[in-house]
Ligand binder design. Structure first.
Ligand code: BGC
Length: 742
């Protein structure tokens, strides 16, 4: 098989196609089906051993393996012993870092700085590729408006505009400028589509979303990923409007390829082709394979349903040979572009050099600093003075490497993050920094993924041990001048199969927080969590609250940098914080109603507690203050099809350098559909010295002024009046009018 070229060379479409055809012409049907089959590289996946499958040409890709030597060993079998010698694609979930762990994606979105996400995923890609991986199952682009849904931690939050910006940045970071860059990986936009809207926030449950919601809210990050050149897509598990996403022709063919022109390949979520039967959609494996392939699903992740059924379906004429060939072509094209035929192996000495690069840790610290959100700072308790001599660090997460790295640890990775305790100790080398974890926290119902989490596997505390830990924590707090409490969620409390009905601090954390606050000491609450939490009591009674999320390898240092004022926090919430779990889904871009808030006709939505945001979307404080003034819409009227510039001035009115995220929101006042009362349409994070002023400029383009209309059944841009706001969060009051005319 002669497919030599310079590794890393950018090939034209025609060159790629020529090579793919040369390969296809030599392949048997079985080998073609093999290319459409992704096999698990670990013991928990049933079926024959990967070596045997690969030797016969029965696999195009391997996942759930994270072993450089083993990659080379399997690759050798593929390129030397399999019939057509086609190299394998090695894939793994590298979601927020490979060895250097970055803040979880929800945190990175809190930076409101897409370059943070791009640089993070560049580092992740370099490390993963050095380990021998070619393909990551990220970015996760599911818009999520229900904080109960565990996988909210993996995405960019509730907003399509912010989500699309983060999608583009992550694809660029993972893949580099062109697919096939030697030190990058192929990205995978997942989970297409609607997964974040699972009924009740319950993972895997069905999703019902009208087309307008899909197109206006859930699709934009995916479309942005296609525009950024993403190589692959992953179909979601759940039923979307009663059709499983993995057998959904509307999603995988009509929209993804037909409308957006996606030219890469689609992989199912794990075992999702077989699940078409479990979900009561396909009759049996044969039916599942037929319907998934016809719907546009190219590669079967781990379920073996394609391997078992596709050849038979072609042989008896149910499928045409070209149905299979079309999918094979897409997969081979990625392999050709990735330079795998020229360079199938990985240099086994490379990983150690790459992961040791100091700039990777530097980037992780910067990302964590920029991701954190200051939620409260009464009486300017923060920043704390460096002269503190006696600090207590309390809480079950204060010294937890697992919780600091958070959800989606890379398979086989040992958490090694700097914890909050370690970060504070490093910042205050001369001080007495005492630590007490308090009672442990754990899920009421264990996760099937806990086999990956050593903390979750520990024997549970007895009630007596928990009580002793509670008292010990109080005693430690009592003897300190300042108490830092690190509370939130353990690593297995957010992520896949980690939805919850309540958003309260799990376990006895709030009880401990109340007891510590009652001591009358200054208390700083540092939250480590993968979703919004309903911390209503803390929001009124704890003077300083820093949302640190799950901040990654350098998380503890970044927390200390902020607590002691080396860094001024500038992150903003990418998601609304509800007051209670039962208020979810709660998001800012709701429609107005017959009884709008603030009107004389207003009826409380619930009589047992108003479902208003505890902290609104876009919110975050700073150690300085800003004013945003002088909002100007370049022309009061703009013609349909034209763009208009919106500007505003932002000034640092405080006494330290700081960052503000200036946000632009619009509202279309009437039209063929009711439109959300506010929608984010622009943002920019700026750094200003005290007294410094900057004019921020946003271009409102026709696409931003249009929408997919349910009433009209198509994309529209309407000649209507708009409200425009610019400000520091989604409650901005600085207002201007804009009229779109024909
Ligand atoms: C998850 C995906 C993931 C896949 C492979 C599934 O359970 O839903 O997000 O990429 O496993 O690990």
């Amino acid at each position: 098989m002669d497919v030599k070229a310079n590794a890393g060379a950018v090939l034209s479409e025609a060159e790629v196609a020529e090579r793919v055809e040369a390969l296809i012409s030599q392949m048997s049907l079985e080998e073609k089906v093999g290319q459409l089959t992704q096999v698990g590289g670990v013991a928990f996946v049933p079926g024959p051993k990967p070596e045997e499958v690969i030797r016969k040409g029965g696999a195009g890709s391997v996942l759930w393996l994270n072993d450089t030597k083993q990659f080379n060993a399997l690759q050798k079998i593929a390129v030397e012993e399999s019939p057509c010698k086609i190299p394998l694609l090695f894939a793994l979930d590298v979601i927020h870092g490979y060895r250097t762990i970055f803040p979880v994606p929800l945190a990175m979105a809190s930076s409101w700085d897409p370059s943070v996400a791009e640089r993070a995923q560049t580092v992740a890609a370099k490390e993963a590729r050095a380990a021998g991986l070619h393909w990551t199952f990220g970015p996760m682009l599911d818009i999520a408006r229900d904080a109960r849904w565990g996988r909210i931690v993996e995405g960019a939050g509730e907003d399509p505009f912010l989500g699309a910006a983060m999608a583009t940045a992550q694809v660029r970071g993972f893949q580099g400028p062109t697919l096939g860059a030697p030190d990058r990986v192929v990205a995978c936009a997942k989970h297409f589509a609607g997964y974040g809207a699972a009924d009740g926030g319950r993972d895997y449950d069905p999703v019902y979303l009208p087309e307008g919601q899909l197109r206006n809210v859930y699709f934009p990050p995916f479309e942005a990923a296609v525009r950024a050149g993403v190589g692959t897509f992953m179909s979601a598990y759940m039923d979307l409007n009663d059709v499983p996403a993995s057998g959904n022709r509307f999603l995988l063919r009509d929209v993804l390829r037909g409308e957006w022109g996606f030219g890469g390949f689609v992989v199912s979520d794990a075992f999702a082709v077989a699940s078409l039967v479990t979900q009561g959609f396909a009759r049996d494996g044969r039916d599942a394979a037929f319907r998934a392939l016809r719907a546009g699903l190219d590669m079967d992740m781990a379920s073996n349903t394609y391997a078992e059924n596709l050849a038979g379906l072609v042989e008896d004429g149910t499928l045409k040979p070209d149905d299979v060939d079309a999918a094979v072509r897409l997969i081979l094209a990625i392999k050709v572009r990735m330079g795998l035929f020229e360079q199938p192996y990985v240099d086994e000495s490379k990983l150690a050099q790459i992961v040791a690069l100091p700039e990777h840790r530097k980037e992780a610290r910067l990302a964590a600093q920029r991701s954190m959100v200051l939620l409260r700072n009464e009486g300017h308790l923060l920043p704390l003075p460096r002269t503190l001599e006696n600090v207590a660090v309390i809480g079950p997460l204060a010294d937890s490497k697992e919780a600091t790295e958070g959800s989606w640890m890379v398979f086989g990775h040992t958490p090694a993050a700097v914890t909050v305790l370690e970060g504070i100790r490093a910042k205050l080398p001369g001080a007495r920094v005492e630590y007490a974890p308090g009672p442990e926290i754990r899920r009421d119902i264990a996760s099937w993924m806990d086999f990956l989490d050593s903390e979750a596997r520990k024997a549970p505390q007895t009630p007596e041990e928990a009580q002793a830990a509670f008292q010990a924590a109080l005693a430690t707090a009592r003897s300190a001048d300042v108490v830092v409490m690190a509370l939130g969620e353990a690593a297995d409390m957010a992520g896949e199969a980690a939805s919850r009905a309540s958003l309260d601090l799990p376990g006895r954390q709030e009880e401990l927080l109340k007891a510590v606050v009652a001591l009358g000491k200054p208390v700083v609450l540092v939250l480590l969590n993968g979703r919004p939490l309903s911390i209503g009591w803390a929001a009124e009674n704890v003077p300083a609250i820093l949302e640190a999320w799950e901040p990654g390898s350098e998380g503890g240092h970044a927390v200390a940098d902020i607590l002691f004022g080396d860094i001024n926090p500038g992150g903003k919430l990418p998601i609304t914080f509800p007051r209670k779990g039962s208020h979810a889904p709660l998001y800012y871009a709701r429609n107005l109603t017959h009884s709008p808030e603030g009107s004389p006709m207003y009826n409380p939505r619930y009589w047992d507690g108003l479902p208003t945001a505890l902290f609104p979307f876009g919110f975050g404080l700073s150690y300085t203050t800003f004013s945003i003034t002088n909002l100007k819409v370049a022309a009061p009227q703009v013609k349909v099809g034209n763009s208009v510039t919106v500007t505003a001035d932002v000034t640092n009115t405080g006494s330290v350098v700081g960052d503000e995220v200036v946000q632009l929101y619009i509202h279309q006042k009437a039209g063929s559909d009711s439109r959300p009362m506010r929608e984010l349409k622009g943002f920019e994070r700026v750094t200003l010295r005290p007294g410094e002023k900057k004019t921020v400029s946003f271009l409102l383009e026709p696409a931003e002024l249009g929408y997919w209309s349910t009433g009209a059944g198509k994309w529209v841009q309407e000649a209507e009046a708009f409200d425009v706001w610019v400000g520091a969060d989604s409650t901005a009051t600085l207002h201007a009018d804009l009229v779109v005319v024909r």
